[in-house]
Design a protein around this ligand. Structure first.
Ligand SMILES: [Fe+2]
Length: 160
């Protein structure tokens, strides 16, 4: 199955998203966090595939745990991005923070329902995660890149 999003084409199989250097925005700290977030999104997807083929409760617990890990890491990553955007006085800070908040709100609803969610719905939610992360990295995160690169350069110069 091929998913097309944000102009990036990836094959969807066992790895929902294959990390590709083209995802990089050029800020090592942020790139490393994005790569890890993609891995955690894949872990959640993998747990759904296991749950689909093995209908026992252990896998259900694994689904909940992998989703929780993924969403907790997304929250940590968003906080870091927001801290840097605010400190660098990025003009699109509020709009970007709003995008994080509405994504988080959708995820919280899905997380609250995950115990009773049919597997087909959970897979749809994993595809939503994939699509949102992919599009967000490819578009919104690129907008702050020049401001943040400049800011981080200044910070480094100050530190000597
Ligand atoms: Fe972001």
């Amino acid at each position: 199955m091929i998913a097309k999003s944000a102009g990036i084409t990836n094959s969807i199989d066992e790895n929902l998203i294959k990390w590709d250097p083209k995802f990089k925005i050029g800020i090592p700290l942020i790139d490393a966090q994005h790569e890890h977030l993609v891995k955690l999104c894949n872990d959640f997807y993998q747990s759904l595939l296991k749950s689909k083929s093995n209908k026992n409760e252990d896998y259900h617990a694994l689904v909940k745990q992998t989703l929780e890990t993924c969403l907790n890491y997304a929250a940590t990553h968003f906080k870091e991005e927001e801290r840097l955007m605010e400190a660098s006085k990025f003009s699109g800070y509020k709009q970007h923070k709003d995008a994080h908040n509405s994504f988080t709100a959708k995820c919280e609803i899905a997380y609250a329902d995950i115990d009773t969610m049919p597997i087909s719905e959970a897979i749809k939610f994993a595809l939503f995660l994939y699509d949102w992360i992919n599009t967000h990295i490819a578009h919104e995160d690129r907008l702050y890149m020049p401001t943040l690169v400049e800011f981080l350069k200044e910070q480094k110069a100050k530190q000597g």
